[in-house]
Design a protein around this ligand. Structure first.
Ligand SMILES: Cc1cc2nc3c(=O)[nH]c(=O)nc-3n(C[C@H](O)[C@H](O)[C@H](O)COP(=O)(O)O)c2cc1C
Length: 541
């Protein structure tokens, strides 16, 4: 086997175990009713993001009482950023830079013959009948009570442009229909799935579209599939850029496509370009259940796998979820890179896609340096709106002291730093993007851009200065009071409108000399003003 400088899924799971980021469940777990609801509690049970873990299930049963040989791992790719960065092989603060470097420095893959993903090959009659083919795999039901079937969530669906011959890889859900048939859903709206663009080209040629669904592969390769790249770029080259060397690939057994050699399991097949089949209901990452619609139908021609394959399953639907973490860590650097490097905007610090419940696409924050001129702020707002058609229904510019993950702080900025009549622009002709349509929906949606940055100096934030709060924290702890989780902002700081005179007066007061301040202001008692007449502190200088 050819050498590689990236971990496969087995090695990644070992690393998670060593880092105490893996929970191993050896009790029997029903994949149809228990598995995803159990892991869901990590996201709905008040567990902090950093404390979330991957779950490895080794004793899987189903609602018919059947047992499965292969283990399932849920959350092993991106339950939290730490798990993701281990898979990527870099430090957390290097994730954005690693993506930027990979996109500018793609590495062509290396084609090998003897691939681990071909240790077991099932074709023809092996795939047909209850308990065979797909029906032999422990594929969980994600949203029991609403989903109509188990579906493959952690997919890397590989298709090829029949004109250029360039492959694409995307994460698209693939629902089980029979032991040898799947329904695949590729988003058709503009800016949707590149696989759908391929499908239309195969349809024009009146040929079915070959598709290889890779389930489980080296994490760096898997991170490519939800990433939104320009059309016509082969994700496997960028995966090479991510790991700084070629990814091993191998030819499929029954179709003309290449797949990552260290894949756990590959479903090869042909997607009809003539027929479509009812697909869903399935819970979706917009947070609603996607209702039944016609989608692609795929006839399986082979299932190939490693002997000891482990099946990954991504937990998606209502956010936060593994699906939103995997996308957030890939998309935020894309947006920042676009604003900084493509548009050359000065003063942009960070782009933040709001995650809980809204799923990244609807609410976007652009954090700007305090000195950034309003022309740059508006370029950043419009630049964010332009990059992806479905992203940015509400785009809000904030300063560096506002934590975009703190909704209260964002409302505070909107409340005190934004005049809606001047600081809001409405954009028409926007794509609806993801999520259900309500009866009021017209064919297009709109977006609201908000400049909630400071428009000039403001007085200090009215909390005790940092030194006093830190001192009091020590006191709090010495007194054995209940433990604290400091919330930003937890100390006062200046915002431009403050002077040395006021600073000295505050210092005198804190040092016990407020009477001195009284003596100073006594010199300025006047008959010339009415109550509430402001005094600039330097007027007495
Ligand atoms: C768990 C998960 C499930 C997804 N399901 C779908 C899906 O069913 N259909 C789809 O078009 N995109 C889906 N996506 C989003 C795509 O993977 C994403 O838009 C990606 O950029 C598509 O790649 P492409 O641009 O090469 O088509 C999903 C993403 C994740 C993380």
């Amino acid at each position: 086997m050819s050498q590689r400088n990236y971990p496969d899924l087995h090695e990644h799971i070992k690393e998670l175990r060593a880092a105490n980021l893996l929970i191993e469940i050896n009790d029997p777990i029903n994949k149809d009713t228990e598995m995803h609801p159990l892991v869901r509690w990590q996201f709905r049970g008040g567990i902090a993001e950093a404390d979330r873990k991957a779950f490895l299930f080794t004793n899987i049963i189903d609602s018919l009482g059947r047992k499965y040989d292969l283990p399932v791992v849920v959350g092993a790719l991106a339950t939290n950023p730490e798990i993701y960065r281990i898979g990527l092989g870099c430090e957390l603060d290097e994730v954005g830079e690693t993506w930027g470097r990979a996109i500018s420095n793609p590495v062509k893959p290396c084609l090998i013959k003897d691939a681990p993903c071909h240790e077991i090959i099932s074709t023809g009659n092996d795939l047909v009948g209850v308990g065979c083919g797909l029906d032999a795999l422990p594929i969980p039901i994600s949203t029991p009570g609403f989903d109509c079937a188990p579906y493959l969530t952690a997919t890397n669906c590989i298709t090829k442009d029949p004109i250029t011959g360039i492959q694409n890889m995307g994460t698209y859900r693939a629902g089980l229909k029979a032991s040898d048939r799947l329904a695949v859903r590729m988003v058709v709206r503009p800016g949707g799935a590149e696989g759908y663009v391929h499908w239309k080209k195969w349809k024009e040629r009146k040929k079915p579209m070959p598709c290889a669904i890779v389930v489980g592969c080296p994490p760096a390769v898997n991170f490519m599939s939800p990433q939104k790249l320009q059309m016509g770029i082969d994700e496997i080259d960028i995966a090479g850029g991510l790991v700084g060397g070629p990814i091993n690939i191998t030819k499929c057994k029954t179709i003309d496509l290449n797949v990552p050699a260290e894949s756990e399991l590959v479903v090869e097949g042909l997607i009809s370009t003539e027929y479509v089949e009812p697909e869903a209901p399935f819970g979706e990452s917009a947070g609603y259940v996607a209702l039944e619609s016609y989608n692609m139908t795929m006839q399986v021609t082979a299932i190939t796998r490693r002997r000891n394959a482990v099946i990954p399953s991504i937990i998606s639907q209502v956010t936060p979820s593994e699906s939103s973490v995997i996308k957030r860590l890939a998309y935020e650097p894309l947006f920042l890179n676009h604003l900084k490097n493509n548009l050359g905007i000065n003063g942009v610090i960070k782009v933040s896609l709001h995650e809980p419940l809204t799923n990244l696409r609807k609410i976007v924050f652009v954090q700007m340096e305090r000195e950034a001129p309003s022309t740059e702020i508006w370029r950043a707002l419009y630049g964010c709106a332009a990059l992806q058609s479905g992203v940015g229904k509400f785009i809000i510019a904030i300063n560096d002291d506002i934590d975009p993950e703190n909704g209260d702080a964002v409302f505070w900025a909107m409340g005190y730093r934004c005049n809606p009549a001047i600081d809001c622009h409405i954009l028409d002709n926007r794509s609806h993007g993801q999520g259900p349509r309500v009866p009021r929906s017209v064919s297009e949606d709109s977006a609201l851009l908000i400049d909630a940055t400071m428009k000039g100096p403001l007085p200090p934030l009215a909390l005790p200065k940092k030194e006093y709060m830190e001192n009091a924290l020590g006191l709090w702890e010495r007194l054995g009071l209940p433990s604290l989780k400091p919330e930003s902002p937890w100390h006062g700081y200046t915002l431009g409108d403050w002077s040395d005179n006021w600073d000295q007066a505050a210092k005198r007061a804190a040092d016990g000399h407020y009477l001195k301040n009284g003596e100073i202001t006594k010199q300025r008692i006047t008959t010339n003003s009415l109550p509430e007449t402001p005094i600039r502190s330097d007027e007495s200088d």
